[in-house]
Design a protein around this ligand. Structure first.
Ligand code: HEC
Length: 329
């Protein structure tokens, strides 16, 4: 195919440099006059100015209407979180399941005092970072309402694997009342619900300065955090070095705990990620084989069409006269 196309190219190149072109050029040269060159200048100028006008009007339109509008200034928006190379976000990586176990421990011992995780049932923990028995024991620590009995009484029962995690407060109002009016959001989908995802939450948890910088105005009851939009956040710094004791011996620094809990929260928002990636690779493997096959089949089926040559052979002038000629009518 390559050979064929290069042959074709060579042929056309030859036809371009053939004497017909030279004679054309000579003819043009002999008939060229000053009025013609002025016309060429005019059309070139017209072309250039209309291009300039088009480019100019597109850029003016973009300047006027195309740029994104921001409701808040960058300062009000909060500091941009530094981007970290999260292992689990790579295409070929799963969650680090021991980090998930540590992260859940941090959530349970620290964040669950204020934040709910209501979209997660205990059964999800099984096989991810807990055994069945551990998850059952954890579920049984919480009490849930039973269905009403024959007398309409609602009783309490220990939790089961199918139960969802309980919220720390009865309702949003109780949560606000306990937190100076600020509502601690449910953390089930928080990595998806915030601009910057994992990076933002990591920056938020580790970004509390010892003291607010000089000149910063912090309302009473709020804490200074440069990453939070508006910089005044209702949540005080939650993580301090050595706050939890990891059972696998990892040293519990603030950033280690923040990293683990962020990875855990990402798992909570996206528990299907490991399966999704594995399935994705399978799909890529199968479809690339199928693609290769279909390219081969196409070439195979078309090879007859691509390599045949159709030629018209006019009958020889005396065909009819010749006895036994195929052209005889
Ligand atoms: C003492 C209660 C308390 C604890 C403990 C706590 N938080 Fe918060 N958190 C809050 C409150 C209150 C807010 C709402 C702040 C606001 O809107 O000003 C909040 C907000 C947040 C937000 C949302 C910020 C935003 O952009 O809206 C995240 C994320 C968060 N907390 C994560 C955590 C994590 C992770 C932990 C555990 C390491 C934790 N919090 C521990 C009270 C708490």
């Amino acid at each position: 195919m390559l050979a064929r196309s290069s042959l074709r190219a060579a042929r056309s190149a030859r036809s371009i440099s053939s004497p017909t072109v030279t004679s054309d050029a000579q003819r043009n040269a002999s008939s060229q006059s000053s009025s013609e060159s002025a016309a060429a200048w005019k059309s070139n100028g017209l072309l250039a100015s209309s291009t300039l006008l088009a480019v100019g009007s597109v850029s003016w339109y973009y300047y006027q209407f195309g740029r994104p509008t921001q409701a808040m200034t960058p300062a009000e928006e909060g500091l941009h979180a530094p981007v970290h190379p999260w292992e689990h976000t790579k295409l070929y990586k799963t969650f680090d399941h021991s980090a998930l176990r540590r992260g859940f421990q941090v959530y349970r011992e620290v964040c669950s005092a204020c934040h709910s995780l209501q979209r997660l049932p205990y059964r999800k923990f099984v096989g991810s970072f807990m055994t069945v028995d551990e998850a059952k024991a954890l579920a049984e620590e919480s009490e849930y309402d039973t269905d009403p009995n024959d007398e309409g009484e609602v009783e309490k029962r220990p939790g089961k694997l199918s139960d969802y995690m309980l919220a720390p407060y009865k309702n949003d109002e109780a949560a606000r009342a306990a937190n100076n009016g600020a509502l601690p959001p449910d953390l089930s989908l928080i990595t998806k619900a915030r601009h910057g995802g994992c990076d933002y939450i990591f920056a938020l948890l580790t970004g509390y300065p010892e003291e607010p910088p000089a000149g910063a105005v912090v309302q009473s009851g709020l804490n200074f955090n440069p990453y939070f939009p508006g910089t005044g956040i209702g949540m005080a710094r939650a993580l301090y070095d050595g706050l939890v004791e990891y059972e696998d011996g990892t040293s519990a620094t603030t950033s280690q705990m923040a990293k683990d809990v962020v990875e855990f929260l990402n798992w909570a928002a996206e528990p299907e990620m490991d399966d999704r990636k594995r399935m994705g690779w399978k799909v890529m493997a199968v479809t690339s084989v199928l693609f290769g096959l279909s390219v081969w089949v196409k070439r195979y089926k078309w090879s007859n069409v691509k390599t045949r040559r159709l030629a018209y052979q006019p009958p020889p002038p005396n065909a009819q006269k010749q006895p036994g000629s195929v052209f005889r009518r």
